[in-house]
Design a protein around this ligand. Structure first.
Ligand code: 3PG
Length: 306
């Protein structure tokens, strides 16, 4: 019988786990659940005899592929798959997929929530500011960026985006102003929201120079990966400029140092952009359906490795 492991250090909502199990049971597959595991050895043990794995930000490296002798497919229930060693997957003849777009609205709502929380001084009773009329800059206009734009439009923000992979016309059709360079985006916008993946090219790319270009009282929001941020650069820019604020959905590597910025800095306690029942259902069920389709019909839509 085909055995599917749900390996989530950060568990899905219970409804998503039930939904995944239903899909797999109907397909005649067995489901095994490994949640909140304490260390890698638990994961290595659990993968030994499974055919497929559903994960979130769980790290699937060469050791996992070596241990999982029957493995045919790994589906990352979510967008970013930098937590999976794609080369090792290919060498082990394992297909890797993601579920693009399935949790995009959840992340976008968190962006807006963090912005409102900051603009209203963390709801501390003092006089804050409004988002209406402010310039919002989206660094990348993919699934999350588009959802942020949709919500921000309702709030009355003026929206700009830089994305070399999205044609100017399609941005403009959606009421978003296209900018030619990343630098122009940072120079123009009161708020910058980051939606780029972590790749060798983007790692550390949000640096001192870029942040220093931001206008007075600018806010930087990161709900993407922490690796894209050059933390030393952020520290330096925030020390030079006492008007800059930084909100992040990932605890930075040097959280203690960031804390010195007081109200100008906020980090969620755990990565929670995609942490909603709806997003877990969307991504989890999509992952289960993709596994069934792959095992039964060889469908490789959303494959991300060669
Ligand atoms: C994603 O890449 O889809 C998000 O970062 C969600 O990550 P998570 O599943 O660990 O919450």
């Amino acid at each position: 019988m085909t055995k599917v492991l749900i390996a989530t250090e950060k568990p899905f909502a219970a409804s998503a786990v039930e939904g995944i199990k239903d899909i797999l049971t109907q397909a005649g597959f067995e489901t095994v659940l490994l949640e909140k595991y304490a260390d890698k050895s638990a994961l290595l043990k659990a993968v030994e005899d499974v055919d497929a794995i559903i994960i979130r930000s769980d790290v699937i490296d060469n050791d996992v592929f070596d241990a999982a002798k029957n493995l045919k497919i790994v589906v990352r229930a979510g967008a970013g798959y930098d937590n999976v060693d794609l080369n090792s997957a290919t060498q082990h003849n394992v297909c890797v997929m993601n579920t693009p777009g399935q949790n995009a609205n959840a992340v976008a709502e968190l962006v807006i929530g963090m912005l409102l929380f900051g603009a209203r001084n963390r709801f501390n009773g003092t006089s804050g500011s409004e988002l209406m009329g402010k310039k919002l800059g989206l660094l990348a206009y993919g699934n999350v960026g588009r959802n942020v734009a949709r919500i921000a439009k309702g709030i009355g923000m003026e929206i700009y985006a830089f994305d070399p992979f999205t044609p100017k016309e399609s941005m403009e059709k959606e009421g978003v102003k296209h900018v030619d360079t990343k630098e122009d985006l940072f120079k123009t916008c009161d708020v910058i929201s980051l939606h780029i993946p972590a790749t060798p090219e983007t790692k550390g790319s949000i640096n001192y120079e870029l942040i220093s270009m931001m206008p007075k009282k600018a806010v930087l929001v990161n709900t993407a990966r922490k690796e894209i941020i050059d933390e030393e650069g952020v520290f330096k820019a925030m020390k030079d400029r006492e008007d800059i604020k930084y909100y992040t959905d990932i605890t930075p590597g040097n959280d203690a140092a960031m804390k010195e910025f007081g109200d100008r800095y906020f980090a969620t306690p755990k990565k929670m952009g995609a942490q909603t029942g709806e997003a877990n259902n969307n991504a989890g069920l999509a992952a289960a359906n993709q596994i069934v389709d792959f095992i039964k019909n060889g469908v490789e839509k959303f494959r991300v490795n060669k």
